[in-house]
Ligand binder design. Structure first.
Ligand SMILES: [Zn+2]
Length: 400
């Protein structure tokens, strides 16, 4: 894992950026889109009154995230929405927070959804992230990495998200700017591991470029024979949905260490030579001096890799890539990837991506995608759900 990371680092396939990321505050780490599941969670849809400056008009805006009012930087309406053509460009007051923002037009505001007006906050969802970037809005970080409201939330600072939400609904009510509250179920992105709703928080992380490779991976995927054939579509749908590069650094203790040391003086990252296993948090830096400022002091990286950075090079590991070129020539690409259906967008996809980047070739010609054992309700049997049965007595009685 470390050697292939160093190889890609030298080729410029890996870079560092501060971006709004999916953040699991229970596990305390950034996670990739591939580690997110969607769950229907009961929540409140809150209809709030926003007053327009120098006008008796107000706009009702519905949101499931009123606690993000403090991070609202604009209100958008659809450019074709006749109801608002006379107020575009005007100032509107964010209720409770009493800060004015400008009403703008954007095609992502749906006329038929509620009043057709949408508050844009940093960050309710990925559409907010895209809008902040596109409209060059200044981001306000309302929720911290501990899952609590930040100073930006004023008197709600330090509260958990749900507590802040309930108190703000009460304050909206008391201030006479609450229109109504509806109980709904909302399709909510949750972390695969901790099962809590993720937050979108700006963090500095390392990324592997993947957006540039999607067409190449699609061609390779088309040439792989899937058994059964229909499961190829899982890969194709996933490729259609990828919009950002792959964040690979994790703030977890157990994992493969990221082999980087930073200059103590100028913070320049230094990557060692491949071929050894490195623990930068515990070991002395294997460099004489900083290549940029000549300082002799270094600090080791403490983060680890996304676990799929390891498993995505398994075809290279078994074929002794960069260790035994004779053996590698005879055994790579492999023939078959046998695996389960739920990790097509992770193990299968990341393996094609990484192997293509390193070797230019597809890791295998065939993929065998297995189904699941289901319980009486049609749900997948799993350890965490506790709905699995011991297969042996059943096989004995009924056959395999
Ligand atoms: Zn330096």
């Amino acid at each position: 894992t470390q050697s292939t990371f160093i190889e890609l680092w030298k080729r410029g396939t890996i870079y560092k950026a501060t971006r709004p990321n999916n953040y699991d505050w229970v596990s305390g780490t950034t996670i990739a889109d591939a580690e997110i599941q969607y769950q229907d969670i009961p929540t409140k849809l809150v209809y709030m009154k926003f007053k327009i400056r120098d006008s008796s008009k107000e706009i009702i805006i519905a949101s499931t995230r009123p606690e993000l009012l403090c991070a609202c930087q604009t209100v958008i309406v659809n450019p074709d929405d006749q109801r608002y053509s006379d107020v575009v460009g005007k100032k509107i007051t964010v209720p409770v927070i009493n800060r004015e923002v400008t009403i703008r037009t954007h095609h992502s505001a749906q006329m038929e959804f509620g009043s057709g007006a949408v508050m844009v906050c940093s960050y309710g969802d990925q559409n907010d992230v895209a809008l902040f970037r596109e409209m060059k809005l200044e981001e306000i970080v309302a929720i911290g990495t501990n899952g609590l409201m930040t100073e930006a939330a004023g008197k709600y600072a330090g509260l958990k998200v749900k507590q802040a939400r309930n108190q703000i609904i009460e304050e909206l009510q008391n201030a006479g700017v609450l229109d109504k509250v509806e109980d709904i179920t909302h399709r909510t992105p949750v972390s695969e591991r901790s099962k809590i709703p993720i937050e979108i928080i700006p963090m500095e992380e390392y990324y592997v470029r993947q957006v540039d490779s999607i067409e190449k991976i699609r061609d390779m995927g088309q040439k792989i024979q899937f058994y059964p054939d229909m499961h190829k579509q899982i890969l194709m749908n996933w490729l259609d949905s990828i919009s950002i590069d792959w964040p690979i650094s994790r703030r977890r203790f157990y994992g493969t260490e990221i082999p980087i040391w930073y200059c103590s003086n100028c913070a320049e990252p230094h990557v060692p030579e491949p071929g050894k296993y490195y623990k930068p948090w515990a070991q002395k830096a294997p460099f004489e001096k900083c290549t940029k400022c000549d300082s002799k002091e270094f600090v080791g990286e403490t983060r680890t890799f996304d676990t799929w950075m390891d498993s995505s090079v398994s075809p290279l590991f078994i074929s002794k890539y960069n260790k035994d070129s004779e053996f590698f020539k005879k055994t790579y690409p492999a023939t078959l990837r046998p695996q389960a259906k739920d990790i097509v967008r992770t193990w299968l996809y990341y393996t094609i991506l990484r192997c293509e980047q390193l070797t230019g070739a597809s890791p295998w010609s065939e993929a065998w995608i297995m189904g699941y054992g289901l319980d009486e309700k049609g749900m997948k049997m799993s350890k965490s759900k506790g709905n699995a049965v011991d297969p042996l007595p059943i096989i004995e009685k009924f056959g395999a």
